[in-house]
Ligand binder design. Structure first.
Ligand code: EPZ
Length: 416
């Protein structure tokens, strides 16, 4: 398995372009299942998760033409509404095919995603919402078996805010009979990007970005062109890497409007941040001030940035509290950061981080996508060499990471 070898202590300086958003591209690729035309996508990030999703759709009979960052998806030949375990277990976002398959084909057999490192990650809200729309769903042999002649619009209130749950139900509702109202809907920008793409395909959606989304069902959707939005978590991750290393960077092809809460916290930590049209510039202070964060659904501080902020708090001047409210087990990066010399005490869903003057490089192991990003940040700031194992986690969500970091002056290389 690949490893990443980082020689720390080098401030990140320079300019890199941010890629398209993984968590927008994945549901938008699934939206191609809803119409028998071609969906043309651009600014698609080249990531492991995207390749897995394209492989999954290819197995179903979708024609995939994959250019550099551009995709043409044609599900005219869709004839196998099945998402098998061996693919779904590697990427839980595969559950996003359930709603579109049910709406387009009237049936779907989708493997339950199973848990992942950060938590149980159930999909009960996806199932509950589709059942409310008239689907007959049973779970058997680790698979969700769903059938519906035609879904019927209805009012759905999810028990908690769920991003992919909202996306699955919104996609299913586009072809349902009548109006569907999703209350307690996720407000993430990726939900809005999906709604924009569905609207371009002929769907009738209002309220995306609010906690109440209304969808008027139509008989069919058509092909469209859509550019995937920038990745706000990749953006935040590079901002944190520059903040931790006393860096001075500019990120292009991104937008500060996507991550207000993160930018506010980085300013609180002492970074000078200049938001320009399509770009963000960050100049770090000589020493960061500690910042406490509490994760919550958008527009609050995103759980996908929690691990990265734990890394910067490790070298800040003082103590901070990090509270994770979304996932039950999203502190696994803490024990790895402690191996680098960090001072972190975990108490249930709270982590108390006390900054140390310096971290020391060591061998560490990535456990999930954003945990691996926090280890990269810590490795960039640590004295000496840090070797990060299991970086396949990183490759799921960060396009060409060593190329982008090298461009910013980091001493990093991939070792087989
Ligand atoms: C999405 O996951 C993202 N993934 C995650 O990003 C992100 O961390 C998460 O939203 C929260 O923002 C994609 O968009 C592909 P949820 P999702 O449903 O939709 C519970 C990354 O790093 N829940 O919003 O799976 C759930 O257990 C990934 O890119 C249920 O109980 O998350 C969690 O505690 C990691 N039942 C909470 O709700 C359900 O049916 C929020 O989960 C659904 C969710």
């Amino acid at each position: 398995m690949d490893k990443l070898l980082i020689k720390g202590g080098v401030p990140l300086v320079g300019e890199v372009a941010i890629s398209g958003a993984k968590n927008a591209a994945l549901p938008i690729i699934c939206a191609s299942l809803l119409c028998g035309d071609t969906l043309n996508l651009s600014n698609v990030p080249r990531l492991q998760d995207v390749s897995t999703m394209l492989r999954l759709l290819g197995r179903m009979g979708v024609a995939v033409a994959d250019g550099d960052g551009a995709l043409a998806l044609d599900s005219r030949g869709l004839d196998q509404p099945l998402a098998p375990y061996e693919l779904v277990k590697t990427m839980r976002a595969s559950i996003l095919v359930l709603g579109p398959l049910l709406a387009r084909c009237g049936e779907a057999k989708v493997s339950l995603p199973g848990g992942c490192a950060i938590g149980a990650r159930p999909v009960d809200q996806h199932i509950k919402g589709l059942q409310a729309m008239g689907a007959e769903i049973r779970v058997e042999g680790g698979y969700v078996l769903a059938q519906a002649r035609r879904l019927k619009g209805t009012r759905i209130v999810t028990d908690m805010v769920t991003v992919t749950g909202t996306e699955n139900l919104m996609m299913a509702a586009t072809l349902a009979e009548g109006e569907t109202v999703i209350e307690n809907a996720a407000r993430e920008p990726e939900v809005v990007d999906l709604a924009d793409c569905l609207t371009a395909m002929g769907a009738r959606i209002s309220g995306a970005g609010s906690d109440r989304i209304c969808v008027q069902g139509v008989d069919r959707l058509h092909g469209a062109r859509h550019a995937v939005m920038p990745d706000r978590i990749e953006t935040g991750s590079y901002l944190c890497a520059a903040a931790a290393t006393r860096g001075d960077i500019v990120l292009t092809h991104t937008s500060a409007a996507l991550l207000d809460a993160v930018i506010d916290k980085l300013r609180e930590a002492g970074c000078a941040i200049d938001c320009r049209p399509g770009a963000i510039a960050l100049k770090a202070p000589p020493r960061l001030k500690p910042v406490s964060v509490r994760t919550a659904p958008y527009p609050a501080f995103p759980t996908d940035m929690q691990a990265q902020f734990m890394a910067i708090d490790c070298v800040a001047e003082g103590s901070a509290v990090i509270r994770e409210t979304i996932f039950e087990n999203r502190f696994m990066h803490a024990v790895e950061l402690i191996r680098l010399g960090a001072d972190i005490r975990i108490d249930a869903s709270n982590a108390v981080v006390t900054g140390v003057p310096m971290l020391d490089g060591a061998m560490v192991m990535a456990t999930d996508l954003r945990a691996s990003a926090s280890l990269v940040i810590a490795g960039l700031v640590a004295r000496g060499e840090t070797l990060i194992e299991r970086i396949y986690h990183l490759d799921r969500g960060y396009e060409r990471i060593e190329e982008k970091l090298t461009r910013l002056g980091a001493d990093v290389r991939r070792v087989r």
